[in-house]
Design a protein around this ligand. Sequence first.
Ligand SMILES: O=C(CO)COP(=O)(O)O
Length: 248
Amino acid sequence: MRIPFIAGNWKMFKTGREVVTFAEDFKKLYQDTDVRTAVCAPYVYLGLLKNLFSGTKIKVGAQNAFYEDEGAFTGEVSVKMLEDLGVDYCIIGHSERRQYFGETDEIVNKKLKRLLAGPITPILCVGENLQQREKEEQYLVVRDQLIWALSGITPQQAAKIVIAYEPVWAIGTGKTATPQQAEDMCEFIRNAVEALYGEEVADQVVIQYGGSVKPANATDIMDMPNIDGALVGGASLNASDFMEIIDF
Ligand SMILES: O=C(CO)COP(=O)(O)O
């Protein structure tokens, strides 16, 4: 039985004051639900959010991490540092990192391996862009991203990974994939995991959809059998919108 998992990805938004306001509002709204919930915030706010959410079931995630534990890597933050802070989740391979920061499948694989060596749960993002969808290459693209990212990962490790399907053309555009389009890809992802690791692992892996998820479309998306959760960008910045999605 897979537990639904809704995570917010704040991207590069909010000031410290806005973070405190969000946390205060969200804690008031947050009902003790069975839905796993996390907020993935910029690094500088992770410690603050750990404190603000302590004593609640709300988890905290990072949006990236570097695979080396320490060294002369100016500007980077290691998985080890996030572990030390008690961070629960870490997004890796987000399309914005692939697009703007040259993150390759090989780098994503190294980050995934380092995360899986410790307690932080990785949220691995995959998804095709508009051009690839128009050429009907989306399944090939996602299959390749998965095979690369999961190279050298054991079945026990794979079962722990959260996979987020985020079609790039639906991110921040207001264009959501239809629930059926999202389901078709999430089913494809689960079948790909089964081909690599067997049925037991495929049954355990939590698969999220991400791309313009809003209170108005969350129920239809979450109703799909292979979609176990959502990775929410814009709508997670507002405490009541985010709560409405969690209450799908
Ligand atoms: O990229 C996303 C989450 O990681 C989706 O962002 P939006 O929900 O703003 O489209």
